[in-house]
Write a protein that binds this ligand. Structure first.
Ligand code: ACM
Length: 563
């Protein structure tokens, strides 16, 4: 009974932080541990910026004796927090499921809100205790990322640091995401990076409260996922990459994939696989040429054959195994750029027969038929289809499909998707494609008619193009960054292109309220220090000489020479 009373008191206190700060509140400690004047919002260094931040009282100091007290629903999150704290401090904090207490980090559940917004949390730090309240493990996990960023950056050290006081400034935070889909896509069809890299990316996403890892596993140079029913996809299709077509075979076994999915799940990240079709199928067609629909001079053997029943059942086998491997309720089937290599379709007897039977007037209608049919397969596997924005006119039912708007020069595709009732993830090339250069001085990477993806543009996103039906913005479920890897042949270069833009896109997806690029830059500096401590490469927009541009393979031209 006593425990319930204390819990109710803590809940009331924490939910009270939603109200404005009372007049006469005591001065607050801020990140610098200096006292702030009454009612001044403390300058905390958290990315993405929380929805509401108020001054708290005093500061909480973590010591070897600090306990983590948790509702048993949050045991895994408590263990994650303990492990994050352990390396730098050397302390293995105790975890208990006892009553909330002082001298503890309390992870509590707010049961009164019926999980209507499972990702939100409140965090109240005072000299006596830390109280975090969430409605779900995901909410608590996001709160832990905030707490982690409130600590001195040395908490990210890979070895014990002895001379740091582990102080958390007094603060009251109330936080929730703007969008439910905060994604990052990595293209491993062009270049394969491996499990250690993927885990690093997932941890960085978690730190920034991102929750969807879109894994582009198949493309022209390589097929990177083991399919047991069709083993040559990996063993033949997995050979080589965009740099070296004759390079070694590289792919993820199904055990590798289960390991990554579990690692992501522990960080509240959903993994959405992409098996690209009907185009971008070159690697698959190397393995099983009997299902090729041909290509073009520039893109040989680029497509699957939409006129072959055997091809549909082959693709169904592939999607079935993929659906079983990934618990996410979504399956991405590409759907982009079929026109790069579909000219041969009109000469294929199977396609000619299909056109006649289904009354399809041209190759676009054939492509749309293919997209509809494969979306039906995905639906039958119990998943929602995700596709690039070319699929908006295919006639896939709006409640069974999410559209990714990527063609920034085709705002009509976004408008059409919204008008037809589709849910949409925004990822226009500029500023969401991380293979575009991020600084005027950079030469390796894409530009589009001079435009490229600066940190500022990424931070200021979303900006809706003219013609967007503004009454339909509620259908936009999120924002995603995409790292295509034609010009990214090493993990060092992948990281150089990803950071610090990932922080900007994460904030675009999570935070509400007015944009303030100056304040974002202030908060970014400690984030770069975290990357240093993680041993992760990045582009430093504050000191260009420190991080000269690297080439596709991650080496720097004239590293000693000042730019
Ligand atoms: C794409 O960039 N082809 C989706």
């Amino acid at each position: 009974m006593n425990r319930i009373v204390l819990l109710l008191v803590l809940l009331t206190v924490s939910l009270g932080c939603m109200a404005d700060s009372p007049k006469g509140a005591k001065p607050a400690a801020v990140q610098s541990a200096k006292a702030a004047p009454v009612n001044v919002v403390p300058q905390i260094n958290v990315i993405p910026r929380p929805a509401k931040v108020q001054a708290g009282e005093g500061e909480f100091v973590i010591t070897a004796k600090t306990q983590i007290v948790c509702n048993k629903l949050f045991r895994k999150e408590a263990e994650y927090l303990r492990d994050r704290i352990k390396t730098a401090t050397g302390w293995n904090l105790g975890i208990s499921e006892a009553a909330p207490s002082d001298d503890a980090i309390n992870l509590l559940q707010n049961r009164s809100c019926n999980l209507w917004n499972a990702e939100r949390y409140t965090l109240e730090v005072s000299a006596k205790r830390v109280v975090m309240i969430g409605e779900s493990p995901a909410g608590i996990f996001h709160g832990i990322q905030t707490l982690r960023q409130l600590l001195p950056v040395e908490i990210e050290s890979a070895k014990p640091v002895l001379d740091v006081r582990w102080v958390v400034p007094g603060v009251k935070i109330q936080d929730n995401p703007r969008y439910e889909w905060r994604g990052l896509m990595i293209d491993e069809g062009r270049h394969f990076f491996g499990k250690a890299y993927v885990k690093q990316i997932l941890e960085q996403m978690a730190l920034r409260k991102m929750n969807v890892f879109h894994w582009h596993l198949t493309d022209m140079p390589g097929w990177r996922i083991e399919i047991k029913a069709w083993p040559k996809l990996a063993t033949v299709g997995g050979k080589g990459d965009d740099t070296d077509p004759n390079g070694p075979v590289k792919y993820y076994t199904q055990d590798d994939i289960r390991e990554i999915v579990a690692y992501a799940k522990a960080r509240h990240i959903m993994v959405v696989p992409e098996i690209d079709m009907p185009g971008h199928a070159t690697a698959a067609n190397r393995a099983y040429p009997e299902f090729s629909g041909g290509g073009s001079k520039k893109h040989p053997e680029f497509t699957f054959n939409p006129g072959s029943e055997k091809c549909y059942s082959y693709l169904t086998d592939i999607l079935k195994e993929t659906a079983e491997l990934f618990p996410a309720p979504f399956l991405h089937y590409g759907g982009d750029e079929a026109h790069f290599g579909n000219k041969k379709w009109s000469s294929l007897p199977g396609v000619q027969a299909l056109m006649k039977k289904e009354n399809l007037k041209d190759l676009i209608a054939v492509e749309q038929f293919f997209n509809r049919r494969m979306a039906t397969v995905i639906d039958s596997l119990g998943k929602t289809t995700v596709g690039w924005d070319e699929i908006v006119n295919a006639g896939v039912p709006a409640d069974k499909c999410i559209v990714m708007w990527w063609r920034h020069t085709t705002p009509k595709a976004l408008a059409t998707a919204l008008s037809k009732g589709y849910k949409v993830v925004l990822c226009p090339r500029v500023p969401c494609y991380f293979d575009f250069v991020q600084h005027a001085s950079h030469k390796v990477g894409r530009r589009w008619k001079g435009k490229y993806g600066t940190l500022k543009l990424a931070y200021e996103y979303p900006v809706f193009p003219e013609g967007t039906p503004m009454d339909k913005l509620g259908q936009i479920v999120g924002i995603q960054a995409n790292l295509w890897t034609e010009k990214v042949g090493s993990t060092a270069r992948a990281n150089f292109m990803t950071y610090p833009r990932l922080s900007a896109i994460a904030e675009a997806g999570w935070s509400t309220g007015e944009k303030d690029f100056t304040d974002f830059q202030r908060r970014l500096k400690p984030m770069l220090k975290r990357l240093d401590l993680h041993g992760v490469n990045y582009f430093n927009p504050f000191d260009l000489e420190k991080t000269p541009e690297m080439n596709v393979h991650g080496t720097v031209k004239n590293p000693g020479k000042k730019k």
